[in-house]
Design a protein around this ligand. Structure first.
Ligand code: PLP
Length: 436
């Protein structure tokens, strides 16, 4: 039987729910993509995207392509056949980006990461330190491994490279983290960023981008890899994208403008705080389900569990895909599958993009029903645990303080009569604590 009434709860880790505002913005007749009006829209969107990437020095180059296209663009533009790159192995997506590099004739060195743990930047740095000739041209790092639901430490990886003074380019895939939790291109010294439309940006799949800085642009001038569709040199003039190779993905820019409006209206730091709140509630639910044995969080490291999706391991002898099928067919809750070696072992709950508390709670309730129907051992009452997590006074995040200060430094300080961040932290906590 298929759940045939009411909303489908779409909890995939990408693509994600597309807000009506974005859908409506995209539903319009074609326009001339060489017209001044479209070019102004493109320029505005690419400029505003820099705010989400937290870059002043870099700029984005968009493609009519899924994220795999941006992967191709990164390798085709930066390297020559035989170049060596270092890839921390985090899961299916890191492995497939590495495969792209191999297929362009690069030599890939893999830094292994213990299963269910975050990348240890020092362990990756040991590969660099062992490379006395400085032959490794780049570190290719996935911030949020969508296959496992784990976040990996970008700032710390950059710091480890800096400590060695190693000159490699730093490339970061943010496809399932951008717009969901913090990423800082300039501050973290990222030379190339991979981004996609269909996750935190809440657009349909089909547009991706690379954001690059001056070092990456320079590397592209010397690179000898063959390239045509992805060639930045044909698309960029004076540090900004001025054309596409072929027809521009017109509707995506109307959608992107609507999505950036939504992100800016909510406030990027508030978007991150919402993702954290929903992720915390999901984790509280999963931990409750596993409190008497049975299902488990895939991430063994609480800090490394992603704010954009949660992977749930089912015990040996049980089938995660059966849970997914029941949850989708009987209860209308669509979940992500385990990929490659994780198929059947985990299911993935996406909680990124256009999502709120009741959507999440409804989905968790459907999953709990499916766990019972599939006979997977779990403790009942996970949704109550999620609600308790949502009820708890919200911890004040540093990001939130920063965003309040950025918005209104004078007034916030004056009204609270406080100057320092620490004092503001205390004031915000006190403001929030009574009967929330
Ligand atoms: N990188 C990451 C981290 C992803 O999650 C994905 C897709 O989910 C990709 C790259 C590939 O993107 P696409 O499927 O849009 O080609």
């Amino acid at each position: 039987m298929t759940a045939s009434r009411g909303w489908q709860f779409f909890m995939h880790p990408g693509p994600t729910n597309i807000p009506h505002r974005v859908l409506q913005a995209m539903a319009r007749p074609a326009v001339d993509f060489m017209s001044p009006a479209f070019q102004a829209l493109r320029d505005r969107c690419l400029e505003r995207l820099k705010g989400v990437l937290k870059t002043q020095k870099g700029f984005a180059i968009a493609y009519a392509a899924s994220g795999h296209g941006a992967w191709d663009a990164s390798i085709a533009n930066l390297f020559s056949p035989g170049d060596k790159v270092l890839v921390p192995r985090t899961g299916y997506f890191a492995e497939n980006w590495a495969k792209t590099a191999t297929q362009y004739g690069l030599e890939v060195v893999v830094a292994d990461t213990p299963e269910r743990r975050a990348v240890d930047p020092e362990a990756v740095a040991r590969h660099l330190a062992a490379d006395a000739k400085g032959a490794i041209k780049a570190v290719m790092f996935v911030q949020n491994e969508t296959a496992t639901g784990m976040r990996h430490p970008v700032a710390e990886m950059r710091a480890a490279m800096d400590r060695l003074g190693y000159p490699a380019l730093f490339m970061v895939d943010t496809i399932s983290s951008l717009g969901s939790y913090d990423f800082r291109m300039d501050e973290w010294g990222v030379d190339l960023v991979i981004g996609g439309s269909q996750k935190g940006l809440m657009l349909p799949p089909g547009m991706s981008f690379t954001a690059i800085n001056a070092r990456a642009w320079e590397a592209a001038q010397a690179a000898r890899n063959p390239r045509r569709y992805w060639d930045w040199r044909g698309m960029v003039e004076e540090g900004r994208q001025v054309r596409f190779c072929g027809t521009a993905p017109i509707p995506y820019f109307y959608g992107l403008e609507a999505s950036l409006d939504m992100i800016e209206e909510e406030g990027l730091e508030n978007v991150f705080a919402r993702h954290r709140r929903l992720a915390d509630a999901t984790r509280a639910c999963v931990r409750h389900w596993g409190s008497e044995g049975g299902v488990e969080m895939w991430s063994l490291d609480a800090e490394a569990a992603s704010d954009s999706l949660t992977s749930v391991l089912v015990p040996a002898g049980h089938d995660a895909d059966l849970v997914r099928t029941i949850s989708s067919d009987r209860y209308g809750v669509a979940l992500g599958r385990g990929l490659a070696t994780l198929q059947g072992r985990i299911f993935r709950i996406g909680h990124m993009g256009d999502l709120n508390e009741p959507m999440l709670l409804g989905a968790l309730a459907g999953i709990e029903l499916a766990l019972a129907d599939a006979g997977v051992p779990h403790a009942r009452g996970g949704v109550e645990a999620a609600m308790d997590s949502l009820r708890a006074p919200r911890p004040v995040q540093f990001a939130e303080i920063q965003s309040r200060l950025d918005r209104d430094p004078g007034a916030t300080g004056e009204r609270l009569g406080k100057e320092s961040r620490e004092a503001l932290y205390e004031a915000l906590t006190a403001e929030r604590s009574p009967e929330r």
